[in-house]
Write a protein that binds this ligand. Structure first.
Ligand code: CUA
Length: 331
């Protein structure tokens, strides 16, 4: 018996190790994801109980019992097995599901962050106290960022979700359930992380060619670190006159991207004011390095098929390198 158990464990290991990590609903690091996981196990137990009874009855009917049933036992089976048992189990599961809902809808005591799902990246704006515009003009206003959301640990951060194009779905499996970002309306999701760390988020609603490459990072830090981060992000870029900046402006990058503190004020693509401070570029697909920035500028469609940004591979390599090097200084 023992060797068989260890063989099964060895086979299960790669499967179960997939349940750990920065993007797993089985490895909760937030209040809501813990509840969701609990609900999952209870639903699974309820479903398994119903399944076992149905299979047991099928075996009994086909193998165990021979001869005809009396009318009375047939009626009893339908009443107990067909009505009472499923009603009790499903009512129990419904009660459980409803019972945790008000708790999840409790208002936030942390920051408010507007997040807009766009093709194929996430526009982020941190609401500034006393400046309600960020909610009204979602997601403009506030302190802009993209594809990376910093939130304080043990606080309830309100995420206000919307979209200007198609339906996306905002999901950080380790921290909370998913919520759709729907054009024309604002959906609310609360993130209440219980652990610090970097967690992966994804778009969970098919939205076009680059849907699978529409990721983001959620960085959970202590509250004072969050405040310091916000203060730094609110600053304009520490711009030095650089040939990279000149090339950035000359080649039309500014038509889509903003770098606060420079004439670049485009609103189509991600705000790049502090792009080098982010962990990844291109919506979570590449680590932020000067090389990756250069590669993405030269052929974004190659790295991220379906991306809306045009390729700039026609530019001489040294010019792309200069633009990338300058972006690499924007911390
Ligand atoms: Cu955005 Cu899928």
């Amino acid at each position: 018996m023992r060797p068989r158990i260890s063989a099964i464990s060895a086979l299960m290991l790669p499967v179960l190790s997939g349940c750990k990590g920065a993007q797993s609903a089985f490895d909760p690091a937030g209040v809501e994801s813990e509840r969701v996981l609990q609900l999952f196990w209870i639903m699974l137990a309820g479903g398994t109980a119903i399944w076992a009874v149905v299979i047991g009855l099928s075996f009994y009917a086909s193998r165990g019992k021979t001869g005809p049933y009396s009318d009375r036992s047939g009626v009893r089976l339908i009443i107990w097995g067909g009505c009472v048992f499923p009603t009790v189990v499903l009512a129990g599961l419904l009660y459980w599901g409803l019972e945790i809902m008000p708790e999840l809808r409790r208002p936030g005591d942390g920051p408010t962050i507007a997040v807009s799902g766009e093709r194929f990246w996430w526009r982020v704006a941190y609401a500034v106290e006393g400046e309600p515009g960020v909610v009204r003009d979602l997601p403009r206003g506030g302190i802009p960022s993209a594809n990376e959301i910093w939130i304080p640990v043990d606080k309830r951060t309100e995420i206000l979700l919307s979209s200007p194009d198609v339906i996306h779905s905002f999901w950080v499996p380790s921290i909370a359930g998913k919520m759709d970002a729907i054009p024309g309306r604002v959906n609310r999701l609360v993130l209440e992380p219980t652990e610090t760390g970097v967690f992966n988020g994804a778009c969970a609603e098919y939205c076009g060619t680059a849907h699978a490459l529409m990721g983001f990072r959620v960085v959970v830090v202590p509250e004072d670190e969050f405040e310091a981060y916000l203060e730094a992000q609110a600053q304009p870029a520490a711009v030095t006159d650089s040939p990279g900046l000149e090339l950035f402006l000359q080649n039309g990058c500014a038509a889509c991207h903003t770098v606060r503190g420079t004439p670049a004020d485009g609103d189509v693509g991600p705000d790049l004011t502090h792009v080098a401070s982010r962990l990844s570029i291109a919506a979570g697909i590449l680590p932020t390095t000067v090389e990756n920035l250069a590669a993405f500028i030269a052929s974004p469609d190659h790295l991220k098929p379906g991306v809306e940004m045009p390729a700039f591979g026609v530019l001489p390599e040294d010019q792309i390198a200069r633009i990338a090097a300058w972006l690499g200084t924007l911390e």
